[in-house]
Write a protein that binds this ligand. Structure first.
Ligand SMILES: Cc1cc2nc3c(=O)[nH]c(=O)nc-3n(C[C@H](O)[C@H](O)[C@H](O)COP(=O)(O)O)c2cc1C
Length: 239
């Protein structure tokens, strides 16, 4: 019987292929935008911002009348595309992503209407993917937004719990996001491993993306910068 070297078993078990994450969000008064800026300081992700086709609308005027009308229209006709507000075209290939983090403002206890439009048209293509949800509201609880996400992405593999950041907590978003990423096990799920802390492995052969040998023992590994590397033909991300 052929024997597999122990070092190879250790290396293969320690490295996983990096999964790809997309952050999709809408933001009217930029609270969610600021949350996304903090989030993407902490994870590697592509970002898509949804924009309504009709520009310059004041969703907050007259006690949020326009926002209220848009939400009522969707609530009364959730399966009809004509009742969702038009949005600008979004060019993103969802098949490239394993994880999608949706960052949404809450409007009248529901997901902000323009983001619902995007998910109405693309939720099916998100089936089977890991779905994370971050919601910003002034004070209302987020269960209605979670319900919208599950309705619009019926086959999504939702990460639990969602993260609720009140608008008054936006400046604390960094620590709330960092705690949330730990709670949902984001690093393990996305394939990000801090392999430098793994004491079991003593032998490495790590190449840069351009093919240069950059580390082959624990000591040289300590000096590697954050980034993408190739280990035995697999992509890994060192943070
Ligand atoms: C049309 C509209 C309706 C809203 N409805 C609620 C609500 O029912 N409850 C609440 O707590 N906040 C409500 N808000 C406040 C937003 O959820 C909150 O300000 C959020 O942080 C906005 O995110 P943004 O700055 O990214 O747009 C509403 C805001 C708008 C514009």
């Amino acid at each position: 019987m052929k024997r597999i070297p122990l070092s190879l078993i250790l290396i293969v078990s320690a490295f996983v292929i990096q999964a790809k994450t997309l952050v999709v969000y809408y933001s009217y008064t930029n609270n969610v935008h600021n949350i996304v800026l903090e989030l993407t300081k902490q994870i590697e992700a592509d970002i898509v911002r949804i924009e309504p086709a009709e520009k310059g609308l004041d969703y907050a005027a007259n006690n949020y009348a326009i926002g209220s009308a848009l939400i009522s229209s969707i609530r009364n006709n959730p399966t009809d595309a004509a009742f969702y507000p038009a949005i600008d075209q979004v060019n993103v290939n969802l098949t490239e992503y394993d994880c999608i983090i949706i960052c949404a403002p809450l409007w009248w206890s529901n997901m902000a209407a323009p983001l619902q439009t995007y998910l109405f048209h693309n939720g099916e293509a998100m089936g089977g993917k890991k779905i994370g949800l971050i919601v910003s509201s002034a004070s209302s609880g987020i269960s209605g937004v979670e319900g919208d996400a599950r309705r619009l992405i019926p086959e999504g593999d939702f990460l639990s719990p969602s993260l609720w950041i009140r608008s008054s907590q936006t400046s604390n978003a960094a620590s709330m996001i960092s705690q949330w990423l730990k709670t949902i096990g984001y690093d393990a799920m996305s394939g990000v491993e801090d392999i430098r802390t793994d004491q079991n492995i003593v032998k490495y052969t790590i190449f840069s993306i351009s093919g240069a040998l950059v580390a082959k023992d624990a000591l040289s590994m300590q000096n590697l910068e954050k980034g993408l590397y190739i280990v035995n033909g697999k992509k890994i991300y060192i943070k």
